[in-house]
Design a protein around this ligand. Structure first.
Ligand SMILES: *[C@@H]1O[C@H](CO)[C@@H](O)[C@H](O)[C@H]1NC(C)=O
Ligand SMILES: *[C@@H]1O[C@H](CO)[C@@H](O)[C@H](O)[C@H]1NC(C)=O
Ligand SMILES: *[C@@H]1O[C@H](CO)[C@@H](O)[C@H](O)[C@H]1NC(C)=O
Ligand SMILES: *[C@@H]1O[C@H](CO)[C@@H](O)[C@H](O)[C@H]1NC(C)=O
Ligand SMILES: *[C@@H]1O[C@H](CO)[C@@H](O)[C@H](O)[C@H]1NC(C)=O
Ligand SMILES: *[C@@H]1O[C@H](CO)[C@@H](O)[C@H](O)[C@H]1NC(C)=O
Ligand SMILES: *[C@@H]1O[C@H](CO)[C@@H](O)[C@H](O)[C@H]1NC(C)=O
Ligand SMILES: *[C@@H]1O[C@H](CO)[C@@H](O)[C@H](O)[C@H]1NC(C)=O
Ligand SMILES: *[C@@H]1O[C@H](CO)[C@@H](O)[C@H](O)[C@H]1NC(C)=O
Ligand SMILES: *[C@@H]1O[C@H](CO)[C@@H](O)[C@H](O)[C@H]1NC(C)=O
Length: 493
């Protein structure tokens, strides 16, 4: 009996810890250009409520770093572009920066990386010569503080440093930065750090003048005539996000550096924009964000590096109303400062569905009762909607109207079936809505609050928060490998 018990314990342990070891993570960027930034404690409460495990600060704000203490949230801090010059010129300025902004908080605050500058080559090209000296000075200070095994140093790049991102296999960095890029890569390689990339399919799409289909940028299925294939490798690119990440890998390859991995330090989609920004919509932002999370959490890498997960930070936590520029600039946030989401997160179908974009399907107000009744019966019968919740005694029974019951059933059907062609029509009695129709204890399928919405997901015990480490079925082959390992080990003992 003993060995079996032991094995069981090992298995339980493995299942518990594997997601942390193997799983990709989704983090979130916290920009602070808000007219009314909530106090740090409230920001942390929002992070915790959503089980966010990784954050990137663009500076090293002491209130935030204190509030992040003892939360186990992993933190990336930033040397601002304004601080770059001093740090690049003076090792002692760098040491003071590290003491004040990193060493003073570790280990209570789990600072694990430092972003030196932000898109320096594209935003401050004249500062290029100081970039790698600044990274080196910060790194030396980290070593002196004995934190080099804990804290990685790198610098986030705009995707515009690639002069030819498609096809990915021929991507190269803009050669005007060859010598800086070489030094950056050498630094990353020598210090066992990683390449930081800001990857924005939104800009790739809006600046692409219609070259790329919108579905491609939103991780939606592409029709057979629109497949995006790299002519050299014949890899199919299901999303522009994958293509941009792969372009970075190939650009790094062109410098003959191997084993450098790419982390996406910013990506996202604005939920609102000006009249000349028609693609900045809640619907697109919601589709992008939710499909991005599912994409990253499936733990696979881009086609050229399938085994390297694409750890990703979403830009950004809050809408920053004080940012300059077009209206879209102020609308990248996932949350309002009161903690409610700008659009539902973690909803929709369990797969990267073409058309299940967090839309809900409900009965039209005032629709014909006979038609409603027929369509309701169809949805709960042949349509295989799960109509448990609208039975007497269940949470969605009241209000006991045909319209309410039809809404529940239509929506359940739609959430399951829209990705495979199911429509929200029901003989003209149904309409889609972006508003979550859930009320009280009645959670509609696909709602953030609805457990029913997750019941049919292919990962039956999927994460509760979209940001949580994945327990995707991808992991089970790995467990299988480890189980075999244990058996062999056991056998040889
Ligand atoms: C974190 O927790 C430790 C141990 O409980 C405590 O000593 C420390 O003061 C806490 N840090 C902060 C910043 O609250
Ligand atoms: C900090 O993050 C690292 C890397 O994920 C992890 O190994 C470590 O346990 C974390 N530390 C704390 C105190 O949570
Ligand atoms: C490369 O960078 C230079 C200098 O910033 C810029 O003038 C040029 O347009 C860039 N080339 C491409 C193809 O992006
Ligand atoms: C920059 O690097 C690329 C790829 O390694 C190379 O083809 C190109 O000639 C280099 N350009 C300069 C100016 O060194
Ligand atoms: C990379 O390696 C190949 C093959 O060894 C060589 O031909 C090429 O010049 C190298 N490129 C650079 C940028 O060092
Ligand atoms: C993960 O996502 C990639 C890229 O979209 C896809 O090719 C792959 O099939 C997905 N894997 C799983 C297990 O869903
Ligand atoms: C949170 O704030 C947003 C925007 O101001 C508002 O639309 C929403 O109703 C608020 N939510 C709650 C629960 O107060
Ligand atoms: C998505 O669904 C809507 C409404 O059902 C339909 O008009 C639209 O064509 C669908 N889009 C795709 C890509 O299937
Ligand atoms: C149907 O929905 C109920 C909750 O309303 C849930 O408990 C049950 O597991 C669901 N059944 C299926 C087959 O998904
Ligand atoms: C989810 O539940 C919370 C707390 O019960 C509530 O504040 C929030 O408005 C609900 N969200 C939706 C979309 O129903």
């Amino acid at each position: 009996m003993m060995p079996e018990k032991w094995l069981l314990r090992v298995l339980v342990l493995l299942i518990g810890i594997l997601p942390c070891i193997l799983g990709a993570f989704i983090g979130i960027d916290i920009g602070t250009h808000l007219s009314k930034l909530p106090p740090a404690s409230e920001v942390i409460a929002i992070l915790k409520a959503n089980e966010i495990t990784h954050v990137r600060l663009f500076d090293a704000d002491s209130h935030m770093l204190n509030a992040l203490a003892n939360t186990s949230i992993e933190v990336m801090v930033g040397v601002t572009n304004e601080e770059l010059l001093g740090i690049g010129q003076s090792p002692s300025v760098a040491a003071a920066w590290v003491n004040k902004n990193v060493a003073a908080y570790v280990p209570d605050t789990n600072i694990t990386s430092i972003a030196v500058g932000s898109e320096v080559l594209t935003r401050l090209p004249h500062a290029a010569p100081i970039l790698v000296p600044a990274m080196n000075n910060i790194h030396k200070a980290i070593v002196a503080s004995n934190l080099n095994f804990k804290v990685k140093v790198s610098t986030p790049h705009s995707m515009d440093i690639m002069s030819r991102p498609f096809p990915p296999s021929t991507a190269i960095f803009n050669s005007s930065w060859n010598s800086t890029m070489y030094q950056v890569l050498q630094f990353i390689k020598n210090t066992n750090s990683y390449f930081m990339l800001n990857a924005y399919p939104y800009y790739g799409y809006t600046k692409g003048d219609g070259i790329f289909p919108l579905e491609y940028t939103l991780f939606q299925p592409l029709s057979s005539v629109k497949q995006i294939v790299d002519p050299n490798t014949l890899y199919h690119y299901n999303s522009m996000f994958d293509a941009i990440v792969d372009a970075a890998y190939y650009s790094i390859d062109a410098f003959n550096f191997s084993g450098v991995s790419v982390v996406v330090t910013e990506t996202g989609w604005p939920s609102s924009g000006g009249a000349n920004e028609p693609d900045a919509t809640v619907k697109n932002a919601q589709t992008y964000t939710n499909n991005l999370i599912r994409r990253v959490m499936n733990n696979s890498g881009p086609p050229s590096r399938p085994a390297i997960p694409i750890n990703t930070y979403i830009f950004e936590l809050f809408n920053e109303d004080d940012r300059r520029g077009p209206i879209s600039e102020k609308n990248w946030g996932l949350f309002f400062t009161n903690g409610s989401t700008v659009y539902p997160l973690g909803t929709g179908s369990g797969q990267m569905a073409g058309n299940s974009t967090g839309l809900f399907c409900i009965a039209k107000a005032g629709a014909d009762e006979d038609k409603l009744q027929k369509a309701l019966s169809w949805a709960c019968g042949e349509g295989h909607a799960n109509c448990t919740a609208i039975q007497e005694g269940e949470p969605c029974y009241y209000p006991d109207t045909i319209e309410n019951h039809a809404s529940y059933a239509y929506n359940d059907y739609y959430q399951r079936m829209s990705s495979v062609g199911g429509t929200c029509d029901f003989d003209g009695t149904a309409t889609t809505s972006t508003a979550d129709p859930s009320y009280g204890s009645c959670g509609f399928t696909g709602s953030v609050n609805s457990t029913a919405g997750r019941g049919y997901s292919p990962t039956a015990d999927g994460p509760v928060s979209p940001f949580m480490g994945s327990r995707s079925s991808m992991l089970y082959p790995e467990i299988g490998v480890i189980i075999v390992g244990i058996f062999l080990h056991w056998f040889w003992l």
